[in-house]
Design a protein. Structure first.
Length: 469
């Protein structure tokens, strides 16, 4: 998240408003850098600005100052055992964004601040974690001994060594800033905060994962498992241990004895965390093409990594096979099937090749809709009028008058069985659904769709293009 510049933790209590932590202060994580922000808006002022009054606690917080946007979700806690008295403490974990940041980024940071605040409130009620950490920070960030911005920067940069709370905040910032797409931080070694940004530009969302898809892992399996909360590891481990690029998610659900809905959610999470990518299961009829940006030079990263993984196979000898769009069965050659599948999966994981998908477009041959009813009457003559009329009425709801006239002029339309097949699929002939998707939506063979396309070739055009995902 390049718009994220810094993070701050501010409190308001019996000792007034304080900016107890600010990260980073060295300017390395962004072009602007936390150091510049502190020079423009001093810590004393930030402490006053970042924790609102009581009526605005437990609500989204947004403050724009000059070129910056401060966003968070302030919380309030009763401090645990402070001189045997219950004292109120307000705090706000504030993410500092560029002023031009879009609304969805602001909302994501507010959501993260809110979830972090909930964890802190829980830990305060459980063991007084916030009170203890705030006291550590107050002792370190002693306003009376800090005379200038450089003093503050020095203290903020070193306080993570003494404060677990500051370390948590820095870890969260670094995870978000790096674009890892997933946060799993165990607060005070107890409460776990898990969070993932909803990336508006992400190619696949959890809801787009379908039972007929498969998926490939993009990260080391062990590192994925270790990054997960303990209570979720069993299900993910079972799923990943049986993963195969030739199996659909429906088949994986049966193999793992997990409900299909649960498998779809697990895979959706992996995709959102950028730990997996959804693919069409590898079959003999799949076609792939060499990606246009693949580096084919002698010392390319992909070449070195591939040949260290498959030592007996020269990288260029394999990728040259994907220069032309051919079904996998024609490319396998002398390779053993299991080895070939592994190599194709590797190429997909590293974006060396892209799958080609075929889409169907309805392109009318008639440009004017004049005398449509006369065309319909001519079509209905010498046919089973009732059945033919039902088909025409159904087509009217799905295509334009010009398109309907073009359909009725096709020779294959004279056979009502063929026209019925066309009518059942015409909703997919807008170039939005691949033949692979259509086959699974309708539970029919791909050959059935291709036959319809062939019979109505006068008005149906196919386009085979690389999968955008």
């Amino acid at each position: 998240m390049e718009d994220l510049l810094a993070v701050a933790f501010a409190t308001s209590g019996s000792r007034g408003h304080r900016l107890l932590f600010f990260y980073p202060t060295d300017g390395k994580s962004s072009k602007v850098g936390g150091a510049q922000i502190l020079h423009e808006i001093p810590p004393h002022l930030l402490g006053e600005l970042l924790v609102p009054d009581s009526p605005y606690i437990d609500k989204t917080f947004t403050l724009s100052v000059d070129n910056y946007k401060f966003v968070g979700y302030p919380k309030n806690v009763e401090q645990f055992k402070v001189r045997d008295e219950a004292r109120a403490l307000s705090f706000n974990t504030v993410f500092i964004l560029k002023s031009s940041s879009k609304k969805h980024l602001v909302a994501q940071c507010q959501d993260l601040s809110a979830k972090f605040g909930i964890c802190l409130k829980h830990e305060e009620s459980r063991c007084g974690f916030v009170s203890q950490e705030v006291q550590i920070l107050i002792n370190k960030v002693d306003y009376s001994n800090l005379q200038n911005i450089e003093d503050f920067k020095l203290v903020y940069s070193s306080v993570t060594k003494d404060s677990l709370l500051a370390k948590h905040i820095a870890n969260i910032f670094n995870s978000v800033r790096s674009g890892e797409g997933y946060i799993n931080e165990r607060i005070n070694h107890w409460s776990c905060i898990t969070w993932q940004p909803l990336l508006s530009s992400h190619p696949r969302s959890a809801t787009s994962v379908q039972p007929y898809h498969s998926f490939l892992i993009l990260k080391d399996v062990d590192s994925i498992i270790l990054s997960l909360p303990q209570e979720t590891r069993t299900a993910f481990s079972k799923l990943l241990s049986l993963l195969s690029p030739v199996k659909t998610l429906d088949q994986l659900a049966q193999d793992t004895d997990l409900p299909l809905s649960h498998v779809l959610r697990l895979v959706g999470h992996l995709v959102q965390w950028k730990s997996a990518t959804v693919i069409q299961p590898l079959t003999e009829t799949n076609m792939y093409m060499l990606s246009s940006d693949t580096d084919l030079t002698r010392d390319s990263k992909d070449r070195v990594l591939f040949e260290s993984t498959f030592e007996s196979v020269p990288f260029l000898d394999l990728v040259v096979c994907f220069s032309d769009p051919l079904p996998l069965i024609e490319l396998q050659g002398d390779f053993q099937q299991r080895e070939f599948v592994s190599m194709v999966a590797w190429l997909l994981q590293h974006c060396v090749i892209s799958q080609l998908k075929t889409y169907v477009f309805l392109v009318p041959t008639v440009l004017e809709e004049g005398e449509l009813e006369k065309e319909i009457d001519t079509f209905l003559s010498e046919k089973d009028v009732d059945e033919a009329r039902k088909l025409v009425d159904s087509l009217k709801t799905q295509v334009s008058p010009v398109e309907l006239k073009s359909v009725l002029k096709c020779p294959s339309a004279q056979d009502l069985n063929d026209l019925s097949s066309f009518n059942s699929l015409v909703k997919y002939f807008r170039g939005k659904h691949s033949i692979f998707d259509i086959a699974h939506y309708e539970q029919i063979p791909r050959t059935y769709i291709l036959t319809v396309v062939d019979k109505f070739s006068e008005i149906l055009v196919t386009a085979t293009i690389p999968d955008a995902n």
